[in-house]
Design a protein around this ligand. Structure first.
Ligand SMILES: C[S@@+](CC[C@H](N)C(=O)[O-])C[C@H]1O[C@@H](n2cnc3c(N)ncnc32)[C@H](O)[C@@H]1O
Length: 321
């Protein structure tokens, strides 16, 4: 079994220098997908002109952002700096969103640092009067971190805001309902929750325990990336808060999970990252999906042809256009 693990390219300068020559975008450039019109930009999320160029006058019905969280796993900076930077990319996002649209922001809370930046970010968001808070999702990780002296840290937070009155489509999990009860009178008859229910499965509320964290045995795994969100989590947000052919944006693209989910769910996606290596990874992930039907590299990596001389032996499902 091959095991071509690419180290975190944000931390390993040697690996980074090896892959940079294979990256087709330079800072400030935008790639447009000739098939579905997706765009991948090597841009700064907080740069109004750059984001305007990415949008090209179009408006999105949904934004899904997963910025670096200002916690040790990423780069830490003074909280005031992180918040004033966040204010800038929320402003570019608000401009890019349609009058009735949804915004999701994944964010962490550092339990060793007064839970920053989550509460600071929530307060900052109140300055954007056009964006109204709607929900606060917690997703449970399978792997956690911590000591025997504290609760295991297993949560990921996602804030949900809306602009105007966007549609929302209820989503169901794969978990069957097992509890009965909660009688309610409907047309003079006592009905129990199973009778009234639209599904035999539990509705996805704002606590998710059914999403598998990405790890190296999964097909969607993208080696070289360090902060990949599970496709299932992004698909759930897209299905709840957008319709087919609508535009979804993500300004912190990284492994391109939002791009892949949008492609699979027939939405258009404009995505960016300020690092040319992640931009290349996103484009390659989309091309791989179309060519081989695979959502990631499992224990290979996006540059394995150039770095390890791997031959593309898998059977293409489609020829490259
Ligand atoms: C937490 S990761 C996003 C993970 C992504 N949701 C996924 O599933 O792969 C954050 C990304 O934001 C990018 N980034 C950091 N600062 C940025 C900026 N100012 N503009 C655009 N991207 C930025 C980083 O390079 C990194 O790839």
């Amino acid at each position: 079994m091959k095991n071509h693990v690419l180290p975190r390219i944000d931390e390993d300068e040697e690996a980074r220098q090896k892959v940079l020559p294979f990256c087709r975008l330079k800072i400030g450039e935008i790639w447009t997908d000739p098939v579905r019109g997706h765009k991948v930009g090597c841009l700064d999320a907080a740069g109004p002109m750059q984001i305007q160029e990415l949008m090209g006058g179009e408006k999105a019905s949904l934004a899904i952002h997963d910025p670096p969280y200002n916690v040790v796993a990423f780069d830490t900076r003074p909280i005031e700096e992180f918040i004033s930077w966040s204010k800038r990319w929320i402003a570019t996002t608000s401009d890019a969103l349609d009058s009735d649209s949804s915004l999701y922001v994944w964010l962490g809370a550092d339990q060793n640092e007064g839970f920053q930046p989550l509460p600071d970010f929530m307060l900052m968001m109140r300055d954007f009067q056009e964006l109204t808070s709607r929900s606060f999702i917690t997703m449970r990780n399978q792997r956690g971190y911590g000591t025997q002296n504290n609760w295991m840290a297993v949560r990921q937070e996602c804030l949900f805001y809306v602009k105007g009155k966007p549609d929302f489509t209820v989503q169901y999990t794969d978990i069957p309902k097992i509890l009965r009860g909660y009688y309610k009178e409907v047309n003079g008859k006592n009905t129990e929750n199973m009778e009234r229910s639209k599904s035999n499965n539990i509705r996805a509320g704002n606590v998710w325990v059914d999403v598998q964290q990405v790890f190296y045995r999964m097909e969607e795994n993208v080696n070289g990336c360090y902060a990949q969100k599970p496709l299932k989590s992004i698909e759930r947000l897209i299905l709840a808060s957008s319709k087919e052919t609508e535009l979804v944006i993500d300004f912190f693209g990284h492994s391109g999970t939002t791009l892949i989910a949008a492609e699979q769910l027939n939405r258009k996606c404009f995505i960016c990252d300020n690092d040319p290596v992640y931009c290349e990874i996103m484009i390659r992930r989309l091309e791989r999906l179309r060519r081989f039907g695979k959502t990631g590299w499992q224990n290979g990596n996006p540059f394995e042809v150039e770095l390890h001389g791997v031959k593309e032996t898998e059977q293409p499902i489609l020829e490259l256009w």
